[in-house]
Write a new protein. Structure first.
Ligand code: PEP
Length: 250
């Protein structure tokens, strides 16, 4: 049985103390036990947030990026061992904002993924097409090619520690959300491609998340698709009631 997951990508929002308050508010609200909760704040917040989490809070901690290197002359970068030592369990890699603003390539994302897995982080690997590609009609080929280049080199034991987040770029932070059919079409294609490469068993146990303007008012329809196992959530993850409501949307 694969897991249902709601992961919050806080992006570059909130001060550390505000992040702590947000997590405390999430902890106070009732969440179903069978949905995995992950929060991914800025690097600067990880320590303070780790301090307020315990076994009862049932919230996992993630970061939003990591370096391909473990240490060295890489000013401003943060390594996977650093994230691990701060208590992060997950890392988001390949987010479209990093692809667009930091020029990250599939090859770089592949290297980051290998390094993060090597240091025992679980990876939320993001992929998705721009609006132009969607209109041109080759969106499935595009996304499958991103996935193939970045993660299909992994070994079987490694791929099982990947969660794929399909995030159409045209839906991120825009208020435009993929229709349930658009999400299902892509998620099914991704799962089939994973099955062709790694076998049905691994494909069926992989959680594939949808991301892009997902909120309580549209999540139920999207999450009810057979190949959608939850969401990577931006804006709505900053509002405790909305973030928790998403856990009740399966
Ligand atoms: C994201 O950036 O991962 C995201 C899904 O953002 P939003 O929910 O705000 O569209």
């Amino acid at each position: 049985m694969r897991k249902n997951i709601v992961a919050g990508n806080w992006k570059m929002n909130l001060l550390p103390e505000e992040g702590v308050d947000l997590v405390k508010s999430i902890i106070e609200l009732d969440r179903p036990n069978d949905v995995v909760s992950i929060v991914c704040p800025s690097f600067t917040h990880l320590h303070a947030i780790r301090e307020v989490l315990n076994d009862q809070s049932q919230i996992h901690l993630g970061a939003q990026d990591c370096s391909t290197h473990d240490s060295g002359a890489y000013t401003g970068q943060i390594s996977a061992p650093m994230l691990k030592s701060l208590g992060a369990e997950y890392v988001i890699l390949g987010h479209s904002e990093r692809r667009a603003y930091q020029g990250e390539s599939d090859e770089l994302i592949r290297e980051k993924t290998i390094n993060a897995l090597h240091h025992d982080l679980q990876v939320i690997y993001c992929c998705g097409e721009t609006e132009d590609i969607r209109i041109a009609g080759n969106y499935i080929e595009h996304v499958l090619s991103q996935i193939k280049k970045a993660i299909f080199n992994l070994e079987e034991t490694q791929i099982q520690r990947i969660t794929i987040a399909y995030e159409p770029v045209w839906a991120i932070g825009t208020g435009k959300v993929a229709t349930p059919d658009q999400a299902q079409e892509m998620h099914a294609a991704i799962r089939k491609s994973v099955a062709n490469h790694y076998g049905e068993k691994i494909a069926n146990s992989m959680s594939i998340l949808y991301g892009g303007s997902c909120k309580p008012s549209n999540a139920k329809e999207i999450f009810s698709n057979p190949d959608v196992d939850g969401g990577l959530i931006g804006g709505a993850a900053l509002k405790p009631a909305d973030f928790v409501a998403l856990h009740h949307s399966f």
